[in-house]
Design a protein around this ligand. Structure first.
Ligand SMILES: [Zn+2]
Length: 193
């Protein structure tokens, strides 16, 4: 296994020492609602709508190679919450590495809704990417939050939106949207190299 990959995996595991916890607290970044599940890690606070099955979400964030899946996620002693937290931490580290951008003090919210209806209701049309006239997933910088759904989440969706977040934190003067889009697509293309 490549040395850099080992370092990234180690860093992702260390990122878990922030531990995860269920909480009823509601952040201002998401719609009010009780019983949202909260998973905390070094780089993310993940908020799951009560209708979201975390085991399903964790499985949908897959790797087609063996970088992470074989080495780490197949370990039985980790909960699905720990696996999900480790995966998103790992994606963050690798996105930063591909972009060669390492903005300091970056901690994002990841809000996972059950369905598109909830997401559309919560996310204003302004600032959200659109696909076929509907918001699939998006990153909104002034809330430092990625919004997605159980149905839409995937490794690539997270890679793409995290790349947007890294760029928005890195540049003092933000590049035009089309340039940021190209950067996110570049990271998606090279993620498994
Ligand atoms: Zn985009």
């Amino acid at each position: 296994m490549d040395k850099t990959i080992r370092i990234l995996i180690f860093a992702a595991i260390v990122g878990l020492t922030g531990a995860y916890a269920y909480a009823d607290e509601v952040s201002e970044c998401m719609p009010p609602g009780e019983h949202w599940k909260t998973i905390r890690s070094e780089y993310f606070t993940i908020y799951c709508h009560p209708g979201v099955k975390i085991s399903k979400v964790e499985k949908k964030v897959k790797y087609s190679d063996y970088i992470f899946g074989e080495y780490f996620c197949s370990r039985d002693n980790l909960s699905v919450e720990e696996k999900l937290a480790a995966k998103v931490n790992y994606i963050m580290l690798k996105v930063k590495k591909i972009l060669n951008m390492n903005p300091e003090k970056m901690h994002l919210n990841l809000v996972i809704f059950s369905n598109q209806r909830q997401l559309r209701r919560a996310v204003s049309e302004k600032g959200a990417e659109k696909s076929n006239n509907s918001v699939v997933s998006c990153y909104i910088h002034n809330k430092e939050t990625i919004y997605t759904t159980q149905k839409d989440i995937s490794r690539n969706v997270l890679v793409h939106e995290i790349a947007h977040a890294v760029c928005d934190h890195y540049f003092i003067i933000l590049p035009p949207p089309n340039i940021k889009e190209v950067l996110s697509q570049y990271v998606e293309m090279h993620f498994e190299e």
